[in-house]
Design a protein. Structure first.
Length: 155
């Protein structure tokens, strides 16, 4: 492994932490800045009525603004903390990488839902950004506060 690969991995880990903390704190500008201008975030392995796909900064911003406008009504949690664990980052080129990262979201009820991210990253103007994120949900608690959240965040 080269020094450049180590630096890329650390920059990507920092990006994932920025995404997680800005999303949990509804810091919309910071959240959107984690994506390339035409970046995609989409769900996977969820019921059709909770499936989502947003492409580009404007669509991602509008989605996040709906969470802020409907905070409390969106999911009912007083706090949300996504915890990242195992992450396998593969550098695929000078300006590209991919990763699989496990996550679990905690809310007022404890573990609320969990899954993994399948990411493609791009280095744009010297910064690593998310080009495509698939959010896979593998499990949710019976009393999950997020069961209705995605539906409540749709236009």
């Amino acid at each position: 492994m080269t020094v450049d690969e180590l630096l890329a991995r650390e920059a990507i880990r920092d990006l994932m932490a920025r995404y997680t903390t800005s999303g949990d704190r509804l810091r919309i500008g910071e959240f959107v800045e984690c994506f390339t201008p035409n970046g995609v975030i989409e769900s996977e392995h969820v019921p059709e009525d909770r499936a989502f796909r947003y492409e580009g900064h404007q669509a991602i911003r509008e989605w996040q603004e709906r969470w802020l406008l409907r905070e409390g009504a969106t999911h009912g949690a007083t706090f949300v903390r996504h915890h990242l664990s195992t992450s396998r980052i593969e550098i695929t080129g000078h300006h590209s990488a991919q990763a699989r990262t496990y996550w679990v979201a905690w809310t007022d009820i404890g573990p609320d839902h969990a899954g993994y991210y399948l990411d493609r990253f791009a280095k744009v103007d010297g910064a690593w950004l998310i080009a495509h994120r698939r959010v896979r949900m593998d499990w949710e608690a019976e009393g999950s506060l997020f069961k209705s959240a995605i539906g409540n965040s749709k236009p």
